[in-house]
Structures are given as C-alpha cells and as structure tokens.
Design a binder for this molecule. Structure first.
Ligand code: NAP
Length: 282
C-alpha cells in the first residue's frame, strides 16, 4: 500500500476497536480494486463521539464504519439517515458526501444475504427466536420483518430492552407477532425453541472474551436452523452444538464480509471481491 496526498481515508469508529477485523478486510478490498484508499481504526470514547463525527468533515475523512458502542448514538450527529438505518434505529456506515454526513445500515442486507447463502433459509411466514436486543438485534429484526416473518420471540438479559424492541417493531410491522422473555427464563426459552424455525444469536455471548451462550438446543423444533452473528471465534459453541445435532448452522463471518462489501459499494460505487475480503479475515 502506498499513501499519497490524494489517498482517500476511511475507517471504523468503535470502543474498543483493536479486535476489529474490518481494517484487514477493507484494506484488502481497496488493494484488489486498485483504489487509492486506506482504512484505519479509530478508538473513540463515547464522550468523544460527537467531536469525532464532526471531525470527519474537518479532516475530509471519506467515510467510516461504526461499531459497538456507537451505532445508535452516532445517528444524532448525522445530516441524513437512510430508510434502512432509520427503520433499524442504528447506523453502521457513514458516507461523507461533500461535507454532508449520511448514515446507512448495511448489517440488514448483510444478514439477509448470509441467511440465504449460508443456510438457504427463507424467512417469510416463519417463527424466529432472537437472542439479544442491541444494535445487531435491531438489524436482524428489520431484515426479518421486511421479509415477512410470522412471529418473533426476543430474548435478552435485560428484559426491558427486549420488551421495548417488541413494542417498537410491533408498531411498524402489524403482520408480525412479537413476544419477549428474559434470558434467565429457561423454561420460557425452551418453549420458544420448540416452535422456532430459526434461532439467531445477536448478543455478545460466545464472543472471544465473553461468556458462552449457555443454551440447550434439545427442544429446538425439527428442521430448525441456527445463525450466530458472532464471528470470533469462527465457530462458536452454539454453532458446534447445532451442527452436532444435525442442524443447519452458521457463524457470522459471511455477514461481516457482506455488510463490509455493502459499505464499500456505498463509499466507492464499486463491488469488491467477496473472496478477497473473506480470505483477509479467516
Ligand atoms: P450491543 O449493542 O452492545 O448489544 C449487546 C447485546 O448482548 C445486548 O443484547 C446485551 O444484553 C447482550 N449481552 C452482552 N453481554 C452479555 C452477557 N454477559 N450476558 C447476557 N447478554 C449479554 O452489541 P451489538 O452491536 O448488538 O453486537 C452483538 C454481537 O453481534 C457482537 O458479538 C457483535 O460482534 C456481533 N455482530 C456481528 C456482525 C456480523 O457482521 N457478523 C454485525 C454486528 C454485530 P443487555 O441488553 O442485557 O446488555
């Protein structure tokens, strides 16, 4: 990589950000596309998010991805929000368009593409159980509701957040039924699993350095699939257990690659090579 006075700067806002795979993945894509662009990690404390976001204009930074814990808060500092992101209530991609900061959410499309390509799963009319109620769960819910799921059970450590999400999405998607339960309600969760066509882990549980998701899949409905958004480790205990029971199951690495590819498309108009991006992170 050679950096010149014309090199366009992109990056990622997160806290912490040192674990992020995105710099490797995006720099590999820029190189493969022959673009004079570079992608840098920015560790931004929550109290500095407003200043850092405004600095994108001052420093002519062409765009950033936004990750934990800034996806929701960053929306307050942007000039425009895309329908996908508005609906989801979270932004993971910012484009600096001549000083106007535009927010997008590429996790929604990334998730749906991964569901199709990794699991061959069609959401319409199906029953889904989602674990988690943060930014990633919002993207998952948006995608699933847009695709016409019949019922969603939202399960979260903090039940209030699951209830809020159920109410919020219930207000926008009258055709879908929403229920919620605390993660500690083992019996309730077992009941949900017995009617579930797709179980999605959209919580941080199972991530490197976080506790595992302690969940028995013995009541999971026959033929159900499991999608774990966690991509580090590449195969979580949840995915291993599901596969061991003969279920179709996948971890989140392809979603990561697909959402990253969508970001590059938004920033540069180019379709990056998926295989190059994937090789950079596995
Ligand atoms: P977030 O907004 O911080 O939400 C974290 C979620 O995990 C919340 O529901 C939180 O529950 C739950 N949680 C955290 N620690 C927990 C614990 N010890 N016990 C029980 N629940 C716990 O994060 P996010 O952006 O939604 O990301 C969630 C996960 O998805 C992360 O692992 C992230 O890497 C992954 N992700 C993957 C992709 C991909 O492309 N594959 C994209 C986005 C995110 P409370 O509400 O109770 O705090």
């Amino acid at each position: 990589m050679s950096i010149s006075g014309r090199t366009k700067v992109y990056g990622i806002f997160g806290h912490p950000v040192s674990h992020s795979f995105s710099p490797r993945m995006h720099n590999a894509a820029f190189t493969a596309l022959g673009l004079d662009c570079v992608y840098i990690p920015f560790d931004i404390e929550p109290r500095d998010l407003e200043t850092a976001t405004k600095a994108l204009r001052a420093m002519s930074i062409a765009g950033v991805n936004v990750t934990i814990p800034h996806k929701e808060a960053v929306m307050g500092f942007l000039d425009e929000i895309s329908p996908d992101a508005g609906f989801t209530g979270a932004v993971n991609t910012v484009l600096n368009s001549d000083g106007r900061l535009l927010g997008f959410n590429t996790d929604v499309r990334g998730f749906l593409r991964a569901l199709g390509e990794d699991l061959g799963f069609e959401p319409k009319g199906r029953v889904i159980t989602v674990i988690g109620a943060g930014g990633a769960a919002r993207a998952v819910l948006s995608g699933l509701c847009i695709r016409g799921v019949k019922r969603v059970n939202i399960v979260n450590r903090t039940h209030d957040k699951a209830m809020e999400l159920a109410e919020e999405f219930g207000g926008s998607f009258a055709e879908t039924e929403f229920r919620s339960a605390p993660l500690s309600d083992t019996l309730g969760l077992r009941g949900y699993l017995s009617e579930t066509d797709l179980l999605v882990n959209a919580s941080s549980l199972g991530m490197e350095g976080a506790p595992a998701l302690d969940l028995s899949l013995d009541t999971l409905k026959e033929g159900a699939c499991v999608y774990d958004l966690v991509y580090n480790p590449l195969e979580t205990e949840l995915v291993r257990e599901a596969k061991g029971l003969g279920r179709r199951a996948a971890g989140g690495i392809n979603m990561l690659v697909f959402q990253g590819a969508e970001s590059i498309k938004i920033w540069t108009g180019e379709d990056p090579p998926i295989d190059v991006m994937r090789s950079a992170v596995v």
